[in-house]
Design a protein around this ligand. Structure first.
Ligand code: TMP
Length: 403
């Protein structure tokens, strides 16, 4: 297998089989969605963990992209803190760019603080929503060419932010050249993504789906950007999205790397993130999780128990399709996103309904697929859910949660 980034040999890790696009929620009358083979590999040269095949990016990010950052209050607060920590000192001559600005949850802060800003996102519907909030945004993929155009029109950026988006970009060479072009001499490129170390620790293999072309570590990010004279200068662990890492990048030699970053890089080596053996062990653990979940659910279904999913996450597409869980086992998904309600989950064809509708037909068991929002959801549901509804946890372990 050839590494998609550096063209050296990459070793195959997982084979999750045939998959639909994770966010391709569909109407009852629609054709079955496009499918591709979801496999992963690890490259011993550049240390990138990656999926080997992915649908065209335009199949993933389009005018009816069903994910809105502002769905979660916790995430909105998180972006507010993120911005406050990294905003430039002065708003008078500082230009801020966000790659993958979605509905503007982060840039709303820049707008309120009077910064000249620009959001870039390839999904028209989320860009419209940002614009309706008075945020400057354009519907484009971020490329080196676009970076040059932005620089010509707006000047260089003191900050380039991104959250849960850099791992979507297949061509990291083009991205790094774009950042090099657009970032001011003393500027910072700060981005955060689901973290490889957390994925291996929790066996949260549901982080692997079409949009996550790479799952990054400090080691791999350092290697990718170093090639373009960009230096990793800090790493900050985040609890969001089930365990994320924030990466801070600057022009080489401008800032001194933090002690915390060096500690995390050492820890990654101890955890074996630089070795193929670690990934092969992970693949075995994924297979074990698959058997455990299938056994638990088919046992409950045989005993006539009614099971529903909570949170029709993109991540759930990998679990449902890999573990062959369909609408014979899960009656429905409850989800707060209006764009998903009334549709069927990709590949597994399970209807998605609102929380209000779910209240009318509560199951015996709710599987918490939105496990990365567990705290927010349980804070709310532990008060309102009747005691005869039980919860099933799937990450970091499969269990019926004791009440
Ligand atoms: P995410 O894991 O990609 O953030 O997606 C979370 C999904 O879970 C999204 O479809 C919205 C849904 N959700 C709920 O249904 N209820 C909630 O309280 C929260 C926070 C999310």
């Amino acid at each position: 297998m050839q590494c998609r980034h550096c063209n050296n040999t990459a070793v195959i890790v997982n084979d999750f089989g045939s998959m639909p696009v994770a966010n391709a929620f569909r109407n009852e009358s629609d054709e079955d969605s496009f499918r591709y083979n979801l496999t992963t590999s690890f490259c011993d040269s550049c240390k990138l963990f990656q999926i080997n095949d992915n649908p065209e990016v335009t199949q993933m990010f389009h005018n009816s992209y069903p994910f809105f950052t502002s769905t979660s209050k916790v995430m909105v607060n998180h972006f507010s803190e993120f911005f406050q920590e990294f905003k430039p000192d002065s708003s008078t001559d500082s230009f801020i760019v966000e790659i993958g600005s979605n509905d503007g949850s982060l840039l709303a802060q820049a707008k309120n603080d009077g910064f000249h800003h620009l959001g870039v996102d390839p999904s028209g519907n989320v860009v419209e929503r940002a614009k309706n909030r008075g945020i400057n945004a354009i519907c484009e993929f971020f490329t080196e060419k676009l970076a040059k155009d932005i620089k010509t029109e707006h000047g260089m950026a003191k900050r380039i932010f991104a959250a849960n988006v850099i791992c979507h970009i297949p061509d990291l060479h083009d991205l790094a050249r774009g950042i090099k072009e657009l970032l001011a001499t003393d500027g910072l490129f700060v981005f955060e993504e689901p973290y490889l170390g957390s994925m291996l620790e929790k066996v949260s293999y549901d982080q692997i789906y079409d949009e996550h072309i790479y799952i990054f570590s400090g080691i791999s990010v350092q290697s990718v950007f170093a090639e373009y004279g960009l230096q990793l200068i800090d790493l900050q662990e985040q609890s969001t999205h089930g365990g994320s890492m924030r990466y801070v990048i600057a022009h080489e030699g401008f800032y001194t790397p933090s002690g915390e970053m060096l500690n995390i890089l050492d820890r990654e080596k101890e955890q074996g993130l630089n070795k193929i053996e670690t990934y092969l062990e992970f693949a075995n653990k994924c297979e074990k999780r698959k058997s455990e979940l299938s056994e638990l659910l088919s046992g409950l279904a045989k005993n006539g128990k009614r099971i529903a999913g909570y949170g029709a996450t993109s991540k759930s597409t990998t679990i449902l399709n890999y573990c062959n869980i369909g609408n014979d086992i899960i009656e429905y998904f409850c989800d707060t996103t209006p764009e998903k309600q009334g549709k069927l989950t990709p590949g597994s064809h399970i209807p998605v309904i609102s929380r209000a509708d779910a209240q009318e037909r509560l199951p015996d068991y709710f599987i918490l697929f939105a496990w990365n929002h567990a705290e927010e959801i349980m804070r709310f549901e532990s008060e309102s859910m009747p005691s005869n509804v039980a919860w099933i946890s799937i990450i970091p372990k499969i269990e019926i949660v004791p009440r």
